[in-house]
Design a protein around this ligand. Structure first.
Ligand code: TRP
Length: 332
């Protein structure tokens, strides 16, 4: 346990995860759980950087946690917790805010994208300092590796800068973490527009599949998935819709894209899509059953997140205590 490398990652509580979140991130988190000392968090404090309805936030936080567990994260093996349960995140966040520059936060592309159409009078300061809270998440646990998508690379860079700055100004305190971006990284794209990432915030509801979609909905979304007029199952960039479907197939079955293409020689898209729908259903059905069970057994879920918070708290306090001492706060 002691000499395992530490992994930290988190997702925002957006309710049931998409097939993209599952195949692109969560399935990978599950693979890492026995080899690393993993902290997986539901980042509810990040969620309120944009206005959220309290009852939706509560529901979505529990749903994401249930999705984590149902997908195979073992609460005994990894530390599964809710960010707001460990107050050290906010506390370290403040200290790091004082080491982070206005200019560097202003260069964050995600911040710029999210605020493009907003007046400065309606941009929450929390949205601006979002990456600092994320740095606190990671640095509290002395994480070695942070599995994230390409879109979070810049946030990892600023985390490293802040860690190094603290270490230089005071003394060696934080492990400087590395982004862990999976190389087989075929991103799962929208089923309606294969040039954009599959996302639950897509206005087109057929563009994404969520783990909690009922089985007929999954079949329907597959039938309507955008392909092309070639009519041949081939893996190439000129057929981005079909390519995305092959990627999904491959990630679930562990078959190579070549094997899949070969097995659909002479068959059309309809057959391929029907088969893929069943492949997806085979994967998500047991997950759905577990999600269902967990959401009906809130006491059990509570046991899991309370236990997780305790474990996380112990690790986080250790780092925060050092930090407070180094900056010159008097121990109480
Ligand atoms: N910003 C991440 C996202 O939107 C979520 C996140 C918050 C996170 N804190 C983190 C991811 C710490 C990894 C590590 O995807």
């Amino acid at each position: 346990m002691e000499n395992k490398k530490v992994i930290f990652s988190g997702m925002q509580p957006s309710g049931s995860l998409t097939l993209g979140n599952y195949l692109g991130a969560l399935k990978n988190w599950v693979k890492l759980q026995s080899e690393y000392d993993c902290y997986y968090c539901v980042v509810d404090m990040h969620a309120i950087t944009v206005p959220k309805e309290p009852k939706d936030l509560r529901k979505n936080t529990l749903e994401v946690l249930a999705n984590y567990i149902a997908a195979g994260l073992d609460p005994k093996q990894v530390t599964l917790f809710i960010q707001s349960h460990v107050s050290a995140h906010a506390e370290l966040g403040w200290v790091l805010n004082c080491l982070t520059y206005f200019g560097e936060l202003g260069r964050m592309t995600q911040f710029k994208d999210k605020t493009k159409r907003l007046e400065s009078s309606s941009i929450p300061a929390g949205l601006f300092t979002y990456p600092v809270l994320m740095a606190a998440d990671i640095l509290l646990y002395q994480a070695d590796l942070v599995p994230v998508g390409e879109d979070q690379r810049q946030h990892l860079e600023i985390t490293r800068d802040i860690a190094q700055r603290f270490n230089n100004r005071y003394s060696e305190t934080f492990k400087v973490p590395e982004a862990f971006i999976s190389k087989d990284g075929a991103k799962i794209m929208s089923l309606q527009d294969p040039s954009s990432k599959m996302s639950k915030s897509d206005s087109h509801e057929n563009a994404f599949i969520i783990l909690m979609d009922d089985l007929d909905t999954i079949r329907r979304k597959l039938k309507r998935a955008v392909t092309d007029s070639e009519g041949v199952v081939r893996f190439n960039d000129d057929q981005p819709g079909v390519k995305n479907l092959i990627n999904i197939y491959s990630k679930i079955t562990d078959k190579t894209t070549d094997e899949i293409v070969a097995s659909y020689e002479g068959k059309g898209y309809a057959q391929f899509k029907d088969d893929l729908a069943e492949v997806i259903i085979g994967e998500v059905r047991p997950i759905q059953e577990r999600i269902d069970y967990l959401l009906k057994n809130k006491d059990y879920l509570q046991e899991i997140y309370s236990y997780g918070a305790e474990k996380a708290e112990a690790a986080a306090r250790k780092t925060l205590r050092k930090v407070y001492k180094k900056v010159g706060f008097i121990p109480k």
